[in-house]
Write a new protein. Sequence first.
Length: 412
Amino acid sequence: MQEVYVLGSGIVGVSCGLSLIEKGFDVTLVDKSDKVKETSYGNAGVIARSSAYVINNKNLIPNLKGYIFNKSPSVRIGYHYLAKNIGWATQFLWQSFEKRSEINMTHLDGLISVALNEHKKWLMKAGEMSRLRETGWLKLFRSQNADIATQYEQSIYRRFGIDYECLDRDAIMALEPGLKPIYNSGLYIKDTASVDHPGEVTQAYIDLFISLGGKVIRDSISRLSHSPDGGYILHGQTDYSAPQLVLAAGPWSNDLLGTIAKPLPMCFERGYHERYEIPEGKQVTRPIYDVERGFVVTPTTKGYRLSSGSELKDKNAPWSPDQLRSISKPAHEAVNFGPVIKDSLWAGCRPTLPDSLPAIGAYPGKLGLWLAFGHQHVGFSTGPATGRLIAEMIASETTFIDAQPFQPSRFF
């Protein structure tokens, strides 16, 4: 039985572990924490086909002025960080031109299109199907006409066969009476699901992994090195020898990769959330995205989760919840929140590569080193699909989609 170590036990890492065990590998997950508390915990829990519509599309440059001067509620830019990563930013903009971005969207949709079924498989095996809500999600507009504002976005949806519907004010309130009547129009993305708590779903996958014979090591790995007999050594409080290694440590992956090889061009989209009690009466039943005010509200088992947009700063920079504070008032205009839940403020990092595609595949020139990171906003959605893809590659099987667009070699 071939032995594989997976560094990282978030949604991507544990999904890699599950798919590898399914194919008969002896798998060990390594992570510093015994709790799911990073990006796999803090995301909105949405599994959305519409996420194939990447941020750096042809509409990015026309809207760039608002982003650069921090006029958009969806994006906050740390100028010093941007200056240090001008190469990444230039590539990110270069990839936004229509032909390039639509190619990237096509590749990403291939991964996203199987995401829900892959989640269903593991939720079923974990006995947690009740956590899944196939109720779609809403992208809502207060003043703009959604049909006009999203014409290009809708064309992408139609190309990929994404099921959606344009709604007016009355249709929004009929579908989601728990909202306050402030939205004039919106898009109802029907073939989207969500979970009632992404952190608990990830933990359920870890528990399933252990029940299937997987091993978990809790240790903080500081660096990697090459093993004299091939493979890799993970250096923590103890050293671990890995004949094959999948690097799936999210925002920390590049730091570890850089100890043995050239890292990938990656930046961080930091995000924040806070939770509120859900009061009695009419409640919001599905995730909603206020496009003009830049926030998402998700009902969870632990209250309403209010999530901010993106903050471009180093992952180690001091946390600043100003963006979250700026969306509190408009969020309360839309949803009837109860009291804020004490100590529920959360912050985390989304690792983003310049073409908005994750790196999934073998690192060139490093036998047995596999990468599975850089999922930007779609890590929770595509974690299980990524796990399936990396397992098929390690097992030398025909992959369910063309894996070439995701290969790390595209950056070298």
